[in-house]
Design a binder for this molecule. Structure first.
Ligand code: URA
Length: 243
């Protein structure tokens, strides 16, 4: 282990004062996190040290898709509840961050990466990483529900939601045999409980929710619940192309 500032200087990033400046400007990331304190101890063999988008160690960014099961929270650590990172072996967890959040009871596609810059872009509503969900909905959706989704809904936040799509795919029996709607929803944002709140605003109640794609990358139908796989080069490229 050695001091980060010393390591950066020895890796050719400039004098001690230039390195200090890079740190101050937030240009250095260690395991996905911006680090401004040069006294942090790093292990160049194991830690992912990045200067802007460039890897300073031999580390290469990791990109995974996980088929998230219900019962796991989207966090790196929790004292009481299992977290999505628990589904990865210890040696892959370092620096891995979930791209956005799924609720504890939501299943389906969750992307995880060490690439903090890409993660940030994918969850920013300024970029258009469309997220597609399938939901089973009880209650009765208003006749103009799809139009309301298109126009944007007041779900109690400062701003209305961005235009979204809602299509009814069919009907399925609910837990007590009641008729429920199977719907597909495409969103450009990722607000807290957004699908559930939007469906609630048009008269329904989400009883099951699954994300099936994000940024044009679909959940691999071969991927069992609780399993992960690396993204392919094409999938990574697709995510990086999002404007
Ligand atoms: N919208 C929700 O309500 N929950 C999720 O987990 C994702 C989107």
């Amino acid at each position: 282990m050695e001091r980060l500032d010393k390591f950066l200087a020895s890796a050719g990033l400039g004098t001690r004062s230039q390195v200090k400046d890079h740190l101050k400007k937030g240009r250095i990331r260690v395991n996905g996190q911006v680090i401004k304190d040069g006294s942090l101890k790093v292990d160049p063999e194991r830690d992912a040290v990045m200067f802007d988008q460039k890897s300073i160690t031999g580390f290469t960014e990791a990109y995974y898709m996980l088929h998230k099961p219900a019962g796991f929270i989207t966090a790196s650590r929790d004292d009481r509840t299992p977290v999505v990172l628990d589904l990865f072996p210890e040696e892959l967890r370092r620096g891995l961050i979930p791209v956005g959040r799924l609720d504890i009871d939501t299943e389906g596609l969750l992307l995880l990466t060490t690439d903090g810059a890409l993660c940030h872009r994918l969850i920013s509503p300024r970029h258009h990483a469309v997220k597609v969900y399938e939901a089973i909905v009880s209650g009765s959706l208003s006749a103009d529900a799809a139009e309301c989704f298109r126009e944007g809904l007041d779900i109690g936040d400062d701003k209305k939601t961005l235009p979204a799509q809602l299509s009814v795919l069919g009907s399925v029996p609910g837990e007590n045999g009641e008729e429920c709607a199977l719907v597909r929803i495409a969103l450009q944002e990722g607000r807290y409980h957004q699908v559930k709140r939007m469906i609630h605003a048009v008269g329904g109640h989400v009883i099951y929710l699954k994300r099936i794609s994000m940024g044009g990358v679909g959940l691999d139908p071969e991927l069992e619940k609780g399993k992960y796989r690396k993204l392919t080069a094409d999938e990574i490229e697709k995510l990086k192309q999002i404007e």
